[in-house]
Design a protein around this ligand. Structure first.
Ligand SMILES: [Mg+2]
Length: 110
């Protein structure tokens, strides 16, 4: 599986859970990618390391790509490009543009 994680409103809501989840997934041979609107790659990687998040790839805000595909559409485009199977994301407007084949989980689903 390819599992994508958002940071703000998702990982940062319960870093310990996502540290365990990411560790389990990576250990089991799955691919973990982090997709975020954060812009500073170095600071973002440091935050993920501090939380103990394991991942293979970090995708930070790409303003050029967002300009061409749309801000709300951008993460869905990235999911398609990376072959994401499962996506943890809190933003309903972002989720509305994620391809139907991607299973989405939101911290704010109740
Ligand atoms: Mg978010």
């Amino acid at each position: 599986m390819v599992v994508a994680l958002d940071i703000d409103g998702t990982i940062d809501q319960h870093p310990e859970f996502f540290a365990h989840l990411s560790e389990s997934l990576v250990s089991a041979g799955h691919r973990v990618v982090v997709i975020t609107f954060r812009e500073n790659e170095r600071e973002t990687a440091a935050a993920l390391d501090a939380w103990g998040i394991r991942y293979h790839e970090l995708i930070v805000n790409d303003l050029d790509e967002q300009h061409s595909v749309g801000v709300l559409e951008w993460k869905g485009v990235v999911c398609t490009r990376l072959g994401v199977d499962v996506f943890f994301e809190d933003d309903a407007e972002v989720l509305a543009h994620v391809p139907a084949g991607v299973v989405c989980f939101s911290p704010f689903m109740r």
